[in-house]
Design a protein around this ligand. Structure first.
Ligand SMILES: NC(=O)c1ccc[n+]([C@@H]2O[C@H](COP(=O)([O-])OP(=O)(O)OC[C@H]3O[C@@H](n4cnc5c(N)ncnc54)[C@H](OP(=O)(O)O)[C@@H]3O)[C@@H](O)[C@H]2O)c1
Length: 249
């Protein structure tokens, strides 16, 4: 089944890093793109301007994705300004730069990581799915992490939240499969962004790169093209899958 009119995409955490790369790529493919952010208004507006300057349509929209009232308000704004959301990319995520082991993790830190990474993904899906059901068409792509598969190196709480994103993706895919809505996940490895730089001391980077068979860190564009793949009309038979984009890491 194909969707006739211009697709509207909402990219959470589209202001920086991987989300910025995804936003630019979806716009390049002709979609109207809503750039969500929580604090970096300037960055988000810059991404939207970049898209508009290249002849596309885009808005920046603030919402803390861990808050249901803000998520619902954001979805209303996007649908009013750009149209019904056909593509939802749950990319916004956070980590713990002070991780020293499970015995030292506070409940607040555990809750914050799960509230953004896992609950935020749920809240955005919950808010967008009703109109996808009405259209009988939708593409949901959840950004997880290799940590959600292997345990990773960024902390057990982060890995658990990303493992949750993967199983949520699989369960939701089954639930929506007969409604023309696919749900898939892209699991990045080590991607050169603010989050990666903040959690990896400069002197550790050569050691990290040695573990990546392709021999370099990933770029936001590497993740963006994997996300775009799931939005293609020819990808309509692919759902509930996790595409690892890690240079073999
Ligand atoms: N970089 C990697 O190596 C790597 C590896 C595996 C998975 N990932 C995942 O990929 C995704 C993007 O990571 P990144 O490296 O691009 O991170 P980043 O550079 O730190 O960017 C994070 C983005 O998420 C937004 N964000 C954070 N908390 C939010 C909230 N509560 N509500 C709305 N937006 C929020 C930020 O908005 P503001 O600009 O307003 O702060 C920003 O746009 C995350 O889910 C991350 O876990 C990254």
């Amino acid at each position: 089944m194909s969707k006739p009119h211009t697709l509207v995409a909402l990219v959470t955490g589209g202001s920086r890093g991987i989300g910025r790369g995804i936003s630019l790529e979806l716009a390049r493919r002709g979609m109207y793109v809503a750039i969500n952010y929580t604090s970096s208004k300037d960055h988000a507006e810059r991404v939207a301007s970049e898209i508009i300057n290249q002849g596309g349509r885009s808005i920046a929209v603030r919402a803390d994705i861990s808050r249901s009232d803000e998520v619902d308000a954001m979805v209303n704004i996007v649908e009013r300004e750009l149209g019904t959301i056909g593509v939802l990319v749950n990319n916004a995520g956070t980590g713990d730069l002070d991780y020293k082991g499970v015995p030292y993790v506070t409940e607040d830190t555990w809750d914050r990581i799960h509230a953004v990474n896992l609950k935020g993904t749920f809240l955005c899906c919950r808010s967008v799915i009703p109109s996808m059901l009405e259209e009988q068409w939708g593409r949901i792509i959840n950004i997880s992490s290799t940590a959600g598969i292997t345990g990773g190196t960024s902390g057990a709480h982060y890995a658990a939240s990303k493992g949750g994103v993967i199983t949520f993706t699989k369960a939701l895919a089954k639930e929506l499969a007969s409604s023309g809505i696919t749900v898939n996940s892209v699991a990045p490895g080590k991607i050169d962004t603010d989050l990666f730089r903040a959690s990896t001391p400069e002197e550790d980077i050569p050691g990290v790169m040695k573990k990546i068979p392709v021999g370099r860190l990933g770029k936001p564009e590497d993740i963006a093209s994997a996300v775009a793949f799931f939005t293609l009309p020819s990808s309509e038979f692919i759902t509930g899958q996790v595409l690892v984009v890690s240079g073999g890491y």
